[in-house]
Design a protein around this ligand. Sequence first.
Ligand SMILES: C[S@@+](CC[C@H](N)C(=O)[O-])C[C@H]1O[C@@H](n2cnc3c(N)ncnc32)[C@H](O)[C@@H]1O
Length: 276
Amino acid sequence: MNYRHGFHAGNAGDVLKHLALAFIIERLKAKPAPITVIDSHAGAGLYALDAEGGEWRDGIGRLLAHDVATWPAAARPYAETLGQDPMLYPGSPLVALRLLRDEDRLIACESEEEVAEDLRFAVAHDPRAAVHRRDGWSALRAFLPVKTGRSLVLIDPPFEAADEFSLLADHLAMAARRASTAIVIGWYPVKGRQAADRLHESLRQSGIPKVLAVEFLTQPDHDPARFAGSGLIVVRPPWQFDTAMAEDLPRLLDMMDRAGTGKVRVEWLTGETLED
Ligand SMILES: C[S@@+](CC[C@H](N)C(=O)[O-])C[C@H]1O[C@@H](n2cnc3c(N)ncnc32)[C@H](O)[C@@H]1O
């Protein structure tokens, strides 16, 4: 596999994913139940942006041009995860660990040996973290449901293979069924509408209530040859996640989108109950 997340680290897709992950962890922490985060495609954990590709410049780089104090409220938990040196960018396992409490846990799966080694180094023997060098898709079946507390699942495949949209749809539904109270997040790229709309339709038909889609598009999304941005499927988002994203993501987009061509979409794919 040629995929290296470092090339994309800190781009607008990472901003959306990590901002949502951080927001949701903060909401889960409002209750004492321990949280288990399962990160099925975890990556290396920490990225030196200067040494990587330049995509971060149009993502976190544009946000950091604004004082963090001026970022909208929904982005504050994410801001807290960024650390002292903004050029050392945290991937999803570190975003989670920087917010989780002593009683919480992270299960991080990464299939590439070298990347898993980097991740072990990045989590620095944190006793709350378990790094598994293994396939993340099968890990979801192996680790769900967790025995105690609340679980939060992030499914973030590299989208290198043609079947990853359907794998994502199937595994979002499977994870949501196996863990009936888990919050399940899946990330996807938007390049034209076809694949994203098919993913949405599959979740509408899944029989799973409370499925939200959030898209953060920095370019128009009608051209299948052009990467427009990215989206998240969130099953059972916490209370007011939808309104927070609908209010604050457009403000973030304004901070990042110099051409003014972007758009935010927040849409419930299924309601509270299947009749909604
Ligand atoms: C998009 S990156 C993950 C980024 C990370 N979640 C973050 O937000 O910082 C996808 C990662 O999945 C890994 N990967 C690819 N196929 C996998 C599989 N079947 N199981 C687990 N990891 C896989 C890749 O090596 C890559 O590091």
